[in-house]
Write a protein that binds this ligand. Structure first.
Ligand SMILES: Nc1nc2c(ncn2[C@@H]2O[C@H](COP(=O)(O)OP(=O)(O)OP(=O)(O)O)[C@@H](O)[C@H]2O)c(=O)[nH]1
Ligand SMILES: [Mg+2]
Length: 229
């Protein structure tokens, strides 16, 4: 499954047919794909956040992700059709091992997630950042930090100022949100759409010199550091 997804990502373009009323079938429209990986400890809500963005609601129930799940949503940004492809990765080490090298190939952006009610998940963030480094993820691809479960008010353990310091240290914008709170729908939407806008303006999909076996995607410019929280 991951290999299939990757082969379509080699060029980061996909085709889809568009039917127009009177004139019939138009030529296939090509749309760029942004591959975004979502990582963090088990139980922080990666599956719920990605499901919320792609399906528009909180899932009825979730189980620990095994390997990786893919969710995709087509959006239009400044008149361009773009597919946002979210790779919802497993937080549990035993469910990651066989898949981990697939996560990091041709990644355009990373979303680090912690659970605001679980300090341990916040303390794990340096390990997730280190994993990205070990997999030779370019240091200039956009990354964001998401504190999830802000609906659980009194159970919150990770203060915003602590998270903000960490985000600043690592040049990431911080978002605190809830995949569950019905009122936060716009917020979850805004997080991924902001990232997509950033990717689009960041021009991360410039094609570099043709390699021997496929197309390499080369980031062009460093992302600006902005705090949107
Ligand atoms: N209250 C609350 N619960 C949430 C929220 N997001 C997720 N949960 C709950 O947290 C638990 C874990 O959510 P998942 O999305 O499965 O967590 P995950 O990070 O994908 O976990 P792994 O797949 O094991 O890595 C589930 O019981 C969810 O219902 C949220 O925003 N608020
Ligand atoms: Mg999951």
């Amino acid at each position: 499954m991951a290999a299939e997804m990757e082969s379509s990502l080699e060029t980061s373009f996909s085709s889809s047919c568009v039917v127009s009323g009177a004139s019939g079938l138009l030529p296939p429209a090509r749309s760029r794909i942004f591959k975004i990986i979502v990582i963090g400890d088990s139980n922080v809500g990666k599956t719920c956040l990605t499901y919320r963005f792609c399906a528009g609601r909180f899932p009825d129930r979730t189980e620990a992700t095994i390997g990786v799940d893919f969710r995709e949503r087509a959006v239009e940004i400044d008149g361009e059709r773009i597919k946002i492809q979210l790779w919802d990765t497993a937080g549990q080490e035993r469910f990651r091992k066989s898949m981990v090298q697939h996560y990091y190939r041709n990644v355009h952006a990373v979303v680090f997630v912690y659970d605001m009610t679980n300090m341990a998940s916040f303390h794990s963030l340096p390990l997730w950042i280190e994993e990205c480094k070990q997999h030779l993820l370019a240091s200039d691809i956009p990354r964001i930090l998401v504190g999830n479960k802000c609906d659980l008010g009194s159970a919150i353990q990770v203060p915003t100022d602590l998270a903000q310091k960490f985000a600043d240290t690592h040049s990431m914008p911080l978002f605190e949100t809830s995949a569950k709170n019905p009122n936060d729908n716009d917020h979850v939407e805004a997080i991924f759409m902001t990232l997509a806008h950033k990717l689009k303006s960041h021009k991360p999909l410039m094609l570099s010199q043709p390699p021997e076996n496929g197309v390499v995607l080369k980031p062009e410019a460093k992302p600006s550091v902005t705090c949107w929280c």
